[in-house]
Unconditional design. Sequence first.
Length: 287
Amino acid sequence: MLIAPKPSSDMHNHATSFPLLRPGGGGRKPWNGVAVVASVCVLLAFLLVTGSVQAQHVLRGYVVDTTGADLAGVEIVLTGTGHSATTDSKGRYTVTGIPPGRFEVVFRRLGYAPLAMFRSFMGDTGTAVVDVELASEVVVLPEVETRGRGPAEVPLKLREWARRRQFNVVGKFWDDSLLRTKEYQRLPELLQGIGAVRIIRAAGGRFLASARGSYPKKPLDPRVPAACYVEVLLDGARLSSVYTPANLDDIPIQQIAAMELYRSISELPIEFQWPGSACGVLAIWTR
């Protein structure tokens, strides 16, 4: 321990004096205040660490379900302390390093109702044993809305076409996907291979006639021969009549969204039955 020099007896009249120390000179060694402060800090830190090590509690126990089976994976949390543990395969848990005080202890696991309780840890050390039972709970997850591209909605003007396609078993139907897969530049080429109809070339055009119809008519154009020509509708409007058949080359296939063909009066749905449609109807629906 370092002691400072004793003051003179005439201390009321004179200031306290200390010997002047020079390097290599004689006299007393100076008082090393930095070393003393460092020593005190080390001592205090040791006392604090020793006290904190001693002032620790332990919480342990078992967790089971309502049938008495061990529950693994249960999380035990001491709220506000940062201390926690998880049960092992036998349902056992141990929480160490708990400081003195009163804390909320929460037991929780997905699929089970959480359990919370308050527990006091008094004194410097101690071990508390808490065995709990968790009841199963049905977890209702929030609804998840998925958004994506579902089936394309049928346009209004094609809904009747779609209905007839579903229930009519004798007509011929094409939709947009089927039309795109066919490498045809003209509508007559698409209809060429269909049975019970034939393509008639005349007057610089091509016309659709039924091979089943028994009502041949002589068109007004003398260059077009008499035949049972199919009525052609474009978006519900008639492009042809009994004496004026429609030229299929005038209808661009690229603009067609859907088609339906009825090759005789026996195939016609009631909405397409009118005077002059006995040879059949080709209904074309554009995009």
